[in-house]
Design a protein. Sequence first.
Length: 195
Amino acid sequence: MLNNYKILIKGMVCDRCILAIREVFRELNIPVTRIHLGEVTTVSALSAPDIAMLSKKLADLGFTLLEDKKTRLVLDIKSLIEQVYSGNYDFPDNFRFSDLVVNKLNKDYNTASSIFSAAEDVTLEKYIMEYRIEKTKELLVYTDATLADIAFKLGFSSAAHLSRQFKSTTGLNPSYFREIRKTKLSLSHDQGPRS
C-alpha cells in the first residue's frame, strides 16, 4: 500500500500553474500521484534537502511552499538537536532531550518522536545518536580535543560510554579517526612551504 503525502503550494491559480509545478517535481525526481490547484500528493514524505530544493524552485516560479505543522515540528526538532549537540551546549544536571522538546517546542515528547520517525524514517533517538557520532568524528579529525572532552561537549556520561556508542554505531574505534588527524597533520607538515 502506498502512503500519500500532501504538499500545499500557495500561488497556483490555473492549469498552467499545474503544468509548471508538475515539471518542477519531474526535474527533482519526486514521484507525484496527483496535482490539484494548491496541492500536490507525493508517493512518500520528502526529506529536508528535498523540501529546501523544492521550496527554492517553486519560489523561482513565484509559488510558495506552505509548511504543515508536522514538517515545521520536524525542522524545529532538528534545529534543537543542532543547538544541543553542537559541542557548545551547557548540559544541566540530569539533562534529558525529551524534557527540552516539551519545554522549548511545547509538544508532548511521544507525539513529537512519532511525527519525527514517520517523516524521517528513523527513530528520533537513533537520529540524535547518529548526529552525535558524526560530530564526534568531526572533532576527532579536526581538533585535538581528547575523547573525554568530546564526551563532555556532546553530553555523554563518560569517554567509555562515548567509545562504546561510537563502536556500536560505526563499527570502528574513535582512535581510527584520531589516526586520520595525525595523517592529515603529517602530510601538511611534510609538504611545507614550496619555493
